[in-house]
Design a protein around this ligand. Sequence first.
Ligand SMILES: [Zn+2]
Length: 277
Amino acid sequence: MSKSYDFVPFLECKPYNSQDKNYDGVIPIKIRTLTPIHLSFGEYSIDKQNRIFKPFTRINDSLVIPGSSIKGVIRSIAEAISYSCYTPSGQLDRERLPDKRHPNRNSNCIICHMFGTMSHKSKVYFSDSYIREGTSQIIGLPASFPPRPTSLSYHDEEGKYKGHKFYKHGILGIQARGDILYEYVLEDSEFQGQVRFNGLTDEQVQLLCFSLGLSGDIQPKIGFGKGHYYGSISIESEGKWIDKAKEYKEIKNADISGNIAKIIEILNFNNAVKSLE
Ligand SMILES: [Zn+2]
């Protein structure tokens, strides 16, 4: 069975202190589900047949993708294709990671400069995205095991982590089924929201638009069950933001171009896994 994930190599972390002109803007976004997606606030519900399930996130009775969830996904993509820092999650062994910290406390990388840190406010704000068309259904998934970063597939020959991990897409129909119930919003549903930014350089706007997938080169993955091939979405916007995304793809930098090519290989839905063999 092929692996459901792959890696984008780590690039070094560089301080970002561009003197370029700053821009403000609002990017309207349409999110279309390519496979079923599930996000939750963590609580459980009981359905009419007395079964326990995890409901999809709702605000005022409307199905919603929280802005914070979209932000997390887009930040991870942007980190992988820029000279960003990298903060390992608790399960990772720091010894096996390259040093991707900021050179000193007063410097920020391009990503922290955009998306914020503990002490520095984000310049990018993601609204919640409300459902405009589509339906939800309760789906059973297999019991999931937490990812095991100790497994050999995470390491290169020297025992170092291979890079930023991303789950691959799978075509509709190969998503695993099981007994643990979740409310999923089905494929071909549409959500609408917006991304606002204040004080970004042109390079950062390009990085943001490409990471959203507005050029059509990548389709992000969101929510629960990514390893079972759920959670594929495409994000669309207006022409001027599509152009910004395309400009980042043409960046004249071999390291970054290489990582852009790799993330397109993983996250372009045309490369979705077609069977579980
Ligand atoms: Zn940083």
